[in-house]
Each structure stands twice: as structure tokens, then as C-alpha cells.
Design a protein around this ligand. Structure first.
Ligand code: S3P
Length: 173
């Protein structure tokens, strides 16, 4: 069984994915990291040099590759992965995948992402916390349609990583 984590940037997919895989003693794959290794470039560099459309094509390609290669792993998607070109359908139609949406509030996402926005090409240009919040509000509204189709949803605000990991395990049992 593969466990797929989805959610907005900054929702904790990587941290929770790693912890969950350790607890369950299965492999952990971070799709963004996988793309960076395959392309031999960081995500910001891929966006800068090749553009978002190229990145989205590669993201789809490597998602399929990861799902074909790994059958018993925790896989963290990128924030946009389920929202583009059939990726969600690939995840949903596979009977051996359980998906979890890590749902984090607008306030919490703004707080977390303001500090690290320079590493994220989609929000690096936003100057103030209010600008970032407005961007996330609209973006999250559009993307929630996709995230909400995950098999399970966990509200992450006011929970530490261990609580979220335990909650994930109890949902998956
Ligand atoms: C993106 C999220 C990023 C990365 C890329 C695009 C998005 O992943 O895939 O910068 O469209 O939300 P994280 O959610 O891991 O930051």
C-alpha cells in the first residue's frame, strides 16, 4: 500500500511524511526531491530556467514513475501536484493508494510561508505578509477542490508532528 500526502505548501507534507514512514517502517519518497534528483536541478532553478509548464509536465511524469516503482511507501506530493493534468485521477483510480489531505488554516500557512517564501517560486515575489495572505486565500480556495478529494483529511493546526502521525496511522488502520 502506498500512502500519499497532499496539501498546500507549508502544510507539513515532508515532515509528516518522513515521520510517518519511520513509524511504519516503510520507505519515504518526497516527489519534489525526487524531481530535483532526476532533473539534477533545484525546483526554483527548474522554474527559473524552464518555466512552470515544463515543471508540471515533469511532475506528472515522475509521479507516475514513483507510483510504478514504489508499492509500499509514504509519498509526499508537491502542493500543486493533485491540481494539474490528471494527477489526482492517477492517485484516485489506484486501489493500492490511500491519500491524506493535511489541512492547514490560512493564518497558519501565512505565518509559516512568510519566512520561507524565497525557496518557493510561486510566492517568492510577494513582499508583505498581507500580500502573501491574499495570494494563499485565493489559491487555497481553488486548490481545495482537489485536496478535498483525498480519502482522509487531517486538520493540522495546533497539533504537533507526533499527533498528526498518530492520527494518520489510526485513519489508515
Ligand atoms: C508547488 C509546491 C512546491 C513545489 C513547487 C510548486 C505548488 O512543493 O512542488 O514549488 O504548486 O504548490 P511544496 O508543497 O512541497 O512546497
Amino acid at each position: 500500500m502506498n500512502i500519499v500526502l497532499m496539501g498546500y505548501m507549508g502544510s507539513g507534507k515532508s515532515l509528516i511524511g518522513k515521520g510517518l514512514s519511520e513509524k511504519m517502517k516503510i520507505q519515504y519518497i518526497d516527489l519534489d526531491h525526487y524531481i530535483e534528483i532526476q532533473e539534477k536541478k533545484s525546483i526554483p532553478k527548474i522554474f527559473e530556467e524552464k518555466g512552470e509548464i515544463y515543471f508540471r509536465k515533469k511532475e506528472s511524469f515522475y509521479l507516475e514513475e514513483v507510483l510504478d516503482t514504489y508499492k509500499d511507501a509514504v509519498i509526499s506530493l508537491g502542493g500543486g501536484t493533485p491540481c494539474f493534468t490528471g494527477n489526482l485521477e492517477i492517485v484516485k483510480k489506484n486501489k493500492n493508494i490511500k491519500s491524506i489531505y493535511l489541512q492547514t488554516s490560512l493564518q497558519e500557512l501565512t505565518k509559516r510561508l512568510f519566512k520561507e517564501r524565497s525557496k518557493r517560486p510561486l510566492i517568492a515575489h510577494l513582499q508583505t505578509s498581507d500580500e502573501l495572505k491574499d495570494f494563499i486565500r485565493k489559491h487555497l480556495f481553488e486548490r481545495s477542490f482537489y485536496y478535498n478529494q483525498a480519502d482522509y483529511k487531517i486538520a493540522t493546526d495546533k497539533k504537533d508532528a507526533n499527533q498528526i502521525i498518530e492520527e494518520s496511522i489510526s485513519l489508515l488502520l
